[in-house]
Write a protein that binds this ligand. Structure first.
Ligand SMILES: O=C(O)CCC(=O)C(=O)O
Length: 221
């Protein structure tokens, strides 16, 4: 997360339209919503990652995920050969996942409200790290106990193309460009829509370096 030289900046990371874009009946992109939080958020994130560093996990099918993962909050999402699940313990450290920092909690609650979801109380924050080339295949978020709460997703660093599909894997997919500080919220009738991320393009973000970090907040337990 250090600041590399200006000539390496990713051009499109600097072009960031403002405002709120509706991408589904109950889904919004809040452009630049996290930007005012970044200075508070990054030191908290560093502390979390010092306690539970990124690691590449294996899917039940035996594939190594290209995004590296960590978590904070009461519950952390994990995958291994036996399946996908939430755990209270970080399987690497055998310690509880780091607590959800207050700045992250507040950001997630306020973004959810901005998108029309009051009373969001996230107990899980999954942290995905994408280096150029890393991606997230189309999937539904179905490991949570209930689907009443939205998913709040914060983008940091290199730009990404977010894929937002329908309720069937084969449904048409919208391609939504996401930039540093953008927040996507989807819930209600859209909660189980397929989504994913295209491979991240080469680049170096001025604040975050050659990576994209995504935080997804959920009510999992
Ligand atoms: O990285 C993103 O923007 C989306 C992450 C995601 O799909 C997930 O964690 O379920």
């Amino acid at each position: 997360m250090s600041g590399p030289t200006a000539e390496l900046f990713a051009d499109d990371a600097l072009q960031q339209p403002a405002g709120r874009e509706q991408i589904g009946e109950q889904s919004y992109v809040l452009r630049g919503y996290a930007l005012p939080w970044i200075e508070r958020l990054l030191p908290e994130l560093r502390r979390v990652l010092a306690q539970s560093p990124f690691r590449q996990m294996v899917t039940p099918g035996g594939f190594i995920m290209s995004a590296a993962l960590s978590s904070c909050g009461e519950l952390g999402w994990t995958t291994d050969r036996t399946g996908y699940r939430y755990t209270t313990i970080d399987p690497n450290s055998q310690q509880p996942w780091p607590a959800l920092p207050e700045a992250l909690h507040q950001l997630a609650v306020m973004a959810a409200e901005e998108a029309g979801f009051n009373d969001f109380e996230p107990d899980a924050c999954l942290i995905n790290r994408y280096v150029p080339g890393a991606k997230m295949s189309l999937h539904q978020d179905k490991n949570e106990r209930h689907y009443t709460a939205p998913v709040v997703s914060v983008s940091l660093g290199l730009p990404a193309v977010f894929l937002f599909g329908g309720h069937e894997r084969s449904d048409k997919v919208q391609k939504v460009s996401l930039f540093h500080g953008d927040v996507v919220v989807w819930g209600g009738v859209d909660r189980l829509r397929f989504h994913g991320v295209l491979p991240i393009k080469e680049g170096v973000h001025p604040q975050m370096g050659p990576q994209r970090i995504n935080l997804t907040f959920r009510m999992a337990g």
